[in-house]
Design a binder for this molecule. Structure first.
Ligand SMILES: Nc1nc2c(ncn2[C@@H]2O[C@H](COP(=O)(O)OP(=O)(O)OP(=O)(O)O)[C@@H](O)[C@H]2O)c(=O)[nH]1
Length: 197
């Protein structure tokens, strides 16, 4: 086991509108750094992080997609084969929150309805300019049947927790890990139709 031969690879994808903080969240998680300057992601990028969980190595291949509309078809193409997605909005940008539903639909269409996902309301350090309440985020996540965290890549709030919740959700579906098609359905009875979960 310790020689890495039993290493599991999980494909994780960060999605959401442009400027919500996807690259910064990834940078915080991987390098524990934060950069104030903005450089738009062109197409797609990925980083790798290896965890040791319950006696086995888990390699996270984390894809940072471009939020700009012109890269939309490139980004969604990478959803295929994903084990989990972080769907991110910015608490100071109402449109980025409204667009979470659209991202959910894209995930359903390209990665499947049973793929694990967590919703993140990023930039929670910017309380003075908040326009999306925490309750709205929690309600949407509840309706979609997914975990929810408010995060700050800047102040390192809930970043580690968010990734842990996603990975645990994926791993808990089967102790030995099964392909996506074998993963059990979540209860969907009272979930909103748009989320299809
Ligand atoms: N205050 C604050 N600013 C943040 C936070 N996360 C990101 N930012 C800032 O928001 C801007 C956009 O961040 P990015 O991580 O590049 O956004 P993105 O979602 O990857 O953008 P695209 O590449 O266009 O899809 C940058 O100026 C960051 O410094 C945060 O938690 N708090």
């Amino acid at each position: 086991m310790d020689d890495g031969s039993d290493c599991l690879v999980l494909k994780i994808i960060l999605v959401g509108d442009s400027l919500v903080g996807k690259t910064c969240i990834l940078q915080r998680y991987i390098d524990n750094t934060f950069d104030h300057s903005y450089m738009s992601t062109i197409g797609i990028d990925f980083k790798v992080k290896t965890l040791h969980l319950n006696g086995r190595f888990v390699k996270l291949q984390i894809w940072d997609t471009a939020g700009q509309e012109r890269f939309h078809s490139i980004s969604t193409r990478y959803f295929r084969g994903a084990h989990g997605l972080l769907i991110i909005y910015d608490i100071t940008n109402a449109l980025s929150f409204d667009n979470v539903t659209g991202w959910m639909k894209d995930v359903n269409a390209n990665a499947g309805e049973n793929v694990d996902r967590v919703i993140l309301g990023n930039k929670c350090d910017l309380e003075e300019t908040r326009v999306v309440s925490k309750e709205r985020g929690e309600k949407l996540a509840w309706e979609c049947g997914v975990h929810f965290f408010e995060t700050s890549a800047k102040n390192n709030i809930n970043i580690e927790k968010a990734f842990s919740a996603l990975v645990e959700g994926i791993m808990n579906k089967s102790s030995s890990y099964t392909p996506r098609t074998d993963v059990v359905n979540l209860k969907k009875s009272d979930r909103k139709k748009c989320c299809n979960r």
